[in-house]
Design a protein around this ligand. Sequence first.
Ligand code: HEM
Length: 303
Amino acid sequence: MDRVLAARRATETERPTFKPLHGRSITKAEASSVTRTVGNDVREALRRPRQGTVDLSGSWPLTGHLFLRDLILGRDPRRLRVLMSRTLELTPKLTWSVIAAGAALPGWPRPAEHLTGLGNRAAAAKGYQERRYAMGIYRRAAAPVCFTVSTLVANALWLGAPFADGVPNRHIIHESLRLLPPSWNILRNASPEYPVIDARIGAKDDVLLLPLLSHRDPALWDDPDSFRPERWDHLDPEATPGYLPFGHSSERCWGRHMVMPLAELLLDLIRECGLVVDPHQRVAKVPLLGLLGVDGIRLTRPS
Ligand code: HEM
């Protein structure tokens, strides 16, 4: 895996977040600027004092998703925030219809100080085509923050809650990313470098790399199937062979620095008020979809 991923950079269609949109390439410069914008929005949301008590009991990852959406994008107009609806996940056609309608309807939002940076990028778009594209970018950038981070925390809760006092959230997150990595596969399309690395790879073979498997490989991990956050006391997540929840060191995920504090905040809030997974819940589903995550966890207050 290491040699395949180091052999060349991901192409624009292989990259997860900024694949071409409506057939239009997203340049590295634009991807970087959008990532910086959403990163600033996340930092700003984390700096804001928390108002009142937060109740994160309920069904996860939905509850975490709605919390993150309101925390980070709460000031944006409904037309943009609706792009974070989980219903849109049902079919891409639904997403594109909502985007087409949103771009065409009168009353497009105007840039304003109270909007997020991401919201202001969209608000600056002029004309139907630009607005449609801007809504697509908004969804592309906000979805990994809301959908993926809430999924990651739901996975951690299912795997390990209630967590022992003194176990750092960061270790819980690394361990959850190991056993249930939301990005469980990494695709590389056929490329001349690959048959040179391993003769079993044919010239026309695409290669699917599976962190889900390397994260549980007994040759790489002690007690691979157990949830043991304390293993991260001595491991560096950026330099552990076969550990690829954010991709390979040659082109690691640009968003990981905003993912970690958000996931830590959610875990802090959950641990502070002692929420636990409903003790009656013994089974949960992990649908094998693009994003690997446990669905329908019930988080409750201990009775
Ligand atoms: C829990 C949340 C996330 C996970 C698990 C995740 C996972 C990954 C993985 C596995 C890769 C490598 C893909 C490959 O090599 O083909 C990647 C790359 C990338 N991610 Fe993330 N990601 C997350 C959140 C984000 C966020 C919030 C953003 C920004 C809005 C982001 C932006 C990117 C970009 C731009 C790349 C491509 C890097 C490059 O082309 O060099 N990610 N991510």
